[in-house]
Design a protein around this ligand. Structure first.
Ligand code: AMP
Length: 303
């Protein structure tokens, strides 16, 4: 949901995390009538989900806009805290000039994880061509119908379908004001050429690099739980034994498919990099996401 907000250009100025003890939260929820039909067990399940989601969502916001509020107190006291924080002027570490950064890298390099974090940390509009295309496929638009076959086979969508769309998105008011993060664009030399032709410069082009053998290992071990949509990895995030039988090893995660995709990726990237020599920073994508993000953030705030 946070990702969808971000893609729609909805970015929070302040984030309040209301912290109440579970017992108190339960009694409030029941008293308010919202959850009056829930059993204690159902409420506990909701509460556990909430806590788990929260621990993943909060770190995605810039630290300086998050305020934890002790919600075990009376309404009036809580409100005083909330108001005081709302009155503080917004602080942002983002550089003044609207940032325009592109992130490129092979499938499996962790691009999506880094981009979601980046857009929140620097309050920029996240433009993911993959997401735009998937939305169009889902909505059954003309573009979606044309793109679907290419996407299903793991091929690139022809550039003429995507270039104008990106150019148009970059002229919108939110991008002009807040800057943007291009995720998955440019993905082919003619897209890089189109950017140059249109005078679309980026301050940074971050290339997340991971050796092919590591990408093959990451990809081959991936398993999808078709019931929950959860993704596991046989080595790095082993699935529980009781769901093992239903896990799916997707065809595009088989070694041959991955190696083919990588071959295509390398030939495209070699043609893209020369266009962005001055802006290019290579990022080592082999360590943990937190470590990679430190490199990404450092490279993006110094130019
Ligand atoms: P992604 O989510 O970035 O991996 O993109 C999913 C799919 O969308 C890719 O496999 C391509 O088929 C297509 N796609 C995304 N971005 C582009 C692009 N800039 N040019 C061509 N095809 C793209």
């Amino acid at each position: 949901q946070l990702h969808s907000m971000q893609l729609a250009g909805i970015l929070a100025n302040k984030v309040f995390v209301m912290q109440a003890d579970e017992k108190l939260a339960r009694s409030r929820a029941v008293d308010s009538g919202v959850y009056q039909d829930l059993s204690t067990e159902q409420f506990d399940g909701l509460y556990t989900d909430y806590t788990r989601n929260l621990s993943q969502i909060v770190p995605l916001f810039p630290k300086q806009i998050v305020r934890c509020v002790d919600a075990n107190r009376e309404d009036g006291d809580i409100w005083t805290d909330v108001q005081a924080f709302c009155r503080q002027p917004p602080t942002s570490k983002a550089p003044r000039r609207p940032m325009r950064v592109a992130v490129i890298g092979p499938t499996g390099a962790g691009k999506a994880t880094q981009c979601v974090r980046f857009a929140h940390r620097f309050n920029v509009v996240h433009i993911s061509t993959g997401d735009i295309l998937r939305d169009n496929v889902k909505a059954g638009t003309e573009l979606g119908k044309k793109a679907k076959g290419f996407m299903d086979s793991g091929a690139l969508v022809p550039s003429d379908l995507i270039v104008d769309l990106v150019k148009d998105r970059l002229t919108k008011a939110d991008v002009k004001k807040q800057g943007c993060l291009l995720d998955g664009f440019p993905r082919a030399p003619d897209q890089a050429q189109a950017m140059v032709d249109a005078g679309l410069k980026v301050q940074r082009m971050l290339l997340i690099e991971v050796p092919d053998e590591t990408l093959v290992e990451r990809g081959c071990g991936r398993r999808l739980d078709p019931e929950t949509g959860d993704i596991y990895h046989m080595k790095f995030k082993p699935p529980p034994a009781d769901i093992m039988d239903r896990l799916v090893h997707r065809s595009d995660d088989q070694e041959e498919a991955i190696r083919n995709r990588l071959k295509g990726y390398h030939s495209q990237i070699d043609g893209i990099v020369p266009y962005f020599k001055d802006a290019l920073v290579k990022i080592d994508g082999t360590s943990k996401p937190d470590e990679v993000f430190k490199l990404v953030a450092r490279a993006s705030t110094r130019w």
